[in-house]
Design a protein. Structure first.
Ligand code: ATP
Ligand code: MG
Length: 189
């Protein structure tokens, strides 16, 4: 299996590039943000819990996220591979992912870090909030999410460097140009 972690700050383009990766390599896609938004839309208990955290720009507790991730992963059955979009977001999640995959005879093939400057992230997310009305894409919540990214998520860069899975991707430029760099990184593994 080709198991790709697509990583980056909020607004770095994980979702956009994941769609292209799925189309080209035939992978299954897990976007934890999309899973949670679907639960909110359907008014489930999980959705109610998730909404409280998301509206505050906070992460959903690790134990909950890890259970959700394993059940989505297992629902794929036979698969060419999976793209993990928005997971892991903490060291505990990265360790849980490693354990879950190894229990299934698998591992992360590569971690792609979509690197985008902070002022550009802010601009993109404010625009996305205006266009799509996503409730957490407002200036106050975006600032909170960026703080959470720096304190809880960015430490995964060194964690994956240590695992020898890390690839830096310059996340500024055209969508095609960024995708070409992503394909080079995937094909180098
Ligand atoms: P991007 O714009 O690059 O897709 P994002 O950070 O804007 O990234 P999502 O990945 O959709 O958006 O996540 C939205 C929210 O869902 C997060 O702010 C967080 O509250 C919650 N969430 C998503 N994934 C996780 C996770 N792995 N652990 C904890 N909370 C999560
Ligand atoms: Mg997303």
């Amino acid at each position: 299996m080709l198991n790709v972690v697509i990583f980056g700050a909020p607004g770095s383009g994980k979702g956009t590039q994941s769609e292209r990766i799925v189309a080209k390599y035939g992978l299954n896609h897990i976007s934890t943000g999309d899973v949670l938004r679907a639960e909110i839309k359907n008014g489930t208990e999980l959705g109610k819990t998730a909404k409280g955290y998301i509206d505050q720009g906070q992460l959903i507790p690790d134990e909950l996220m890890i259970d959700i991730l394993a059940s989505v992963f297992d629902s794929f059955g036979e698969s060419k591979g999976v793209i993990f979009d928005g997971f892991p977001r903490t060291i505990a999640q990265a360790e849980a992912l490693k354990k879950m995959l190894s229990e299934r005879g698998q591992e992360v093939s590569v971690m792609l870090d979509l690197d985008v400057p902070e002022d550009e992230l802010m601009t993109r997310l404010i625009k996305r909030g205006q266009d799509s009305g996503r409730a957490d894409d407002n200036e106050e919540t975006i600032k909170k999410r960026l703080q959470v990214y720096h304190s809880q998520t960015a430490p995964l860069i060194d964690w994956y460097k240590n695992e020898k899975k890390y690839r830096h991707i310059k996340g500024l430029g055209t969508m095609e140009g960024i995708f070409a760099d992503i394909c080079d990184a995937i094909e180098s593994v």
